[in-house]
Design a protein around this ligand. Structure first.
Ligand SMILES: *Cc1c(COP(=O)(O)O)cnc(C)c1O
Length: 365
């Protein structure tokens, strides 16, 4: 037996280290995970009530078309119902886009570095991947445009970009979309859009009418705090959504995920509270990095990439021994770590531990 040649070299995804593993391996009682950009507040109590209400119906298949959730979201976004598609997280939408659009004859353009799942799924379809280095942590849109040719099918923009946290601003995005040829599907991943407070940021859904080759991705895993429930969505022109729907598994979102997502969309209070807590935590971390004289990319989501002037895996190991899990090991940023914005106590503990580690290593005096 031989699997497809083009998947043989693919690594199995390494998630952020689970808290339970770290506790067991290091004999620690108190472990903080600031590695996967999860919501430290939890999720909407209305979503919890909705799931409890649904719990006795798990023997019945879910609504494959997510009819009720679609109606609520379409109204909220001001789009037609046939412009929406749901997935098992937005990762599932990424997978479906690749499945629907890419073959070994096609090319795809993405930033380097960006969210790893674009490249992964494009490799599964054996498309030619053209990676365009970031410029000062930001998407280099001019270079990305130059990388487009007649074989380019899909182009990926992560806004804010994971892992650097930088944004593409409204004006540059519109200029860019105006120049991208119509045969290229532009995927705008807005997994962290709800956290952005910068006025130059743009809401991709407002550009859909002008650019029918644009598809926007969103998720309930981040600000809505439903990472374990696995639900996200795509918004685009009806023909694009139809194509993606053609490769969708019939029941790719579960009952609990659908009702929790719907209730979350109707809970503005939770969203406002999550955003405010994140902004305060982000400001605190930025200020602490300034105080320590560390360089960082200003975070626009709920995470920050900071240069610790030391090989990042070394910092990862030392923080881990103090019970703090962060992300490290970025190819182009070997001396940087990515830390999620936690709650007040977690952020303070992280800063204290980082300061201790960097002092031990004589990076800080
Ligand atoms: C977390 C994340 C996602 C969403 O993942 P889900 O599959 O919805 O949990 C998508 N894109 C980026 C850039 C992310 O960081």
């Amino acid at each position: 037996m031989q699997p497809k040649q083009n998947i043989m070299h693919l690594p199995v995804y390494q998630p952020g280290k689970p808290i339970e593993d770290v506790k067991r391996e290091l004999g620690l009682d108190d472990v903080i995970k600031l590695a996967s950009n999860e919501n430290p507040i939890g999720y909407s109590p209305k979503a919890k009530a909705a799931m409890l209400d649904e719990i006795d119906r798990l023997n019945i298949y879910p609504d494959g078309a997510s009819v009720e959730l679609t109606a609520v979201l379409a109204k909220k976004l001001g789009v037609a119902e046939n412009q929406l598609i749901f997935g098992t997280g937005s990762s599932d939408i990424i997978l479906m886009i690749c499945r629907a659009y890419l073959t070994s004859a096609d090319e795809t353009v993405m930033a380097d570095e960006t969210f790893s799942q674009y490249k992964h799924n494009c490799e599964v379809e054996n498309a030619k991947i053209v990676e365009v280095p970031l410029k000062e942590g930001k998407h280099d849109l001019d270079a990305m445009l130059e990388a487009v040719n007649e074989r380019t099918k899909v182009l990926w923009i992560c806004n804010p970009n994971n892992p650097t946290g930088t944004i593409v601003e409204h004006e540059e995005l519109v200029q860019f979309l105006t120049k991208v040829p119509g045969h290229v599907l532009v995927v705008l991943d807005e997994a962290y859009c709800e956290y952005v407070t910068d006025e130059q940021y743009t809401d991709g859904t407002k550009l859909l009418e002008q650019f029918p080759n644009l598809v926007v991705l969103r998720t309930f895993s981040k600000v809505y705090g439903l990472a374990a429930n696995r639900i996200g969505y795509g918004i685009g022109a009806a023909p694009v959504i139809r194509a993606i729907n053609q490769v969708r598994e019939p029941f790719n979102t579960g009952r609990l995920a659908q009702v929790a997502a719907k209730a979350s969309l109707l809970d503005d209070e939770f969203l406002t509270r999550s955003r405010a807590a994140n902004s305060a935590g982000r400001d605190y971390l930025h200020a602490q990095f300034d105080r320590m004289g560390l360089q960082y990319f200003e975070g626009h989501g709920n995470f920050i990439m900071v240069d610790v002037r030391t090989p990042s895996m070394q910092i990862f190991d030392r923080l881990l021994r103090k019970g703090i899990i962060i992300r490290a090991g970025w190819k182009h940023y070997p001396n940087s770590i990515r830390v999620s914005v936690g709650n007040e106590e977690q952020n303070a503990k992280f800063i204290q531990a980082l300061e201790e580690v960097l002092t031990e290593l004589a990076v800080l005096q």
